[in-house]
Design a protein around this ligand. Sequence first.
Ligand code: TXA
Ligand code: MG
Length: 388
Amino acid sequence: MSDAPEKRGKPTTVLIVVDPSGSAERLEAELGEAARVLRDGGTVAFPTETVYGLGGNALDRRAVARIFAAKGRPQDNPLIVHIADMGALGSIASSVSPGARALADRFWPGPLTLILPKSDAIPDEVTAGLDSVAVRMPSHPVAAALIRAAGVPVAAPSANISGRPSPTSAEHVWHDMAGRIDMLVDGGSADIGVESTVIDMTCSPPMILRPGGITLEEIREVIPETVVLTGGEGLDGPAKSPGLRHRHYSPEAQMWLVIGEWDAQVDEIKSRAAAGVRLGRRVGLLVSTETAAKLCTWIRDCGGEGPAGEIIVAEIGSRNDASQVASGLFDGMRRLDAAEVDMMLAESYDARGMGLAIMNRLMRAAGGRIIRVQGEAGNDLISEKSIE
Ligand code: TXA
Ligand code: MG
């Protein structure tokens, strides 16, 4: 940043740092320049409570095109439109059903995205030609203040290069996007760590297309008949949500996901890691605190076994606290990539509550490299066909 890259003809990304605990008025003032960039059709990455988003004016086709270009995102994958108050919903959706209204009342602002019939004001580029639109009101104070200051609805996918793990810190965004976007607002880490729950409210019963920050159980408290998309349609044929067709959340190194009883998982991770080390590989382990503790002595012994091999551990939180694991998941994948591992082995989790979103992201990151060991949980929701 400091050596004025624009002088060498490269686009510059301006970095600004804000304190998310400041008052709403102060934040809006600090974000004045970022809001101007948005109004002028530029791209601004900013924190939300789930992951960092890459924003552009949702009413401006050129801004939307810049988002797609910066991410290398396939044109057929529509964007979520972010708003800061309920009043904005009327200009984005052509109708809001009582069920959608009830979910918005209960969970907004927060990590829930509603798929609603699209209004004519939203350009086709945002929705990839669909007649529905995804809308969400984020709760993160920086996101809320930025949208409010901009005075326009903000289209924002996750601020990663398409297909890579979503960014949960400004450093992650900088790594992927420096020089490709106009501005990055660093407002600290995105706490939830997995993206919003996407629920299709244009069908009956409502269908969760992507599990996320609001759990299935919480949504069923409002709409008990809610279903979750399962089935293989996301990988090839026509997908309910176009984003499901594409590779997602993938670290650079190939990841293997071990599913089954915890003890059996740990044994499997040990033997696969040992085999990798014997072959001279750098093996990354994406594991819980408890598993890391179990493996600690063994790794010290085994790590010296191979001529060039090595085991690198990314500890992502307690098995007993899914919100910790969700929060550390993408960061763990990125840390192992930064350590240039040749392969990753990931532990799996109970698919209830936030565990459903965690398992969805792990299954998609593994892209079919699933190792089933003894005592596999018989949960339909995490069959490898359940991809988003
Ligand atoms: O938490 C989040 O949702 C983050 C933050 C930045 O808000 N955003 C995010 O956006 O994850 P993105 O673009 O990475 O994921 C949006 C998902 C994609 O799977 C996309 O296909 C789906 O929402 N989607 C968007 N519009 C849709 C529509 N009209 N119908 C069905 N699915 C849609
Ligand atoms: Mg994304």
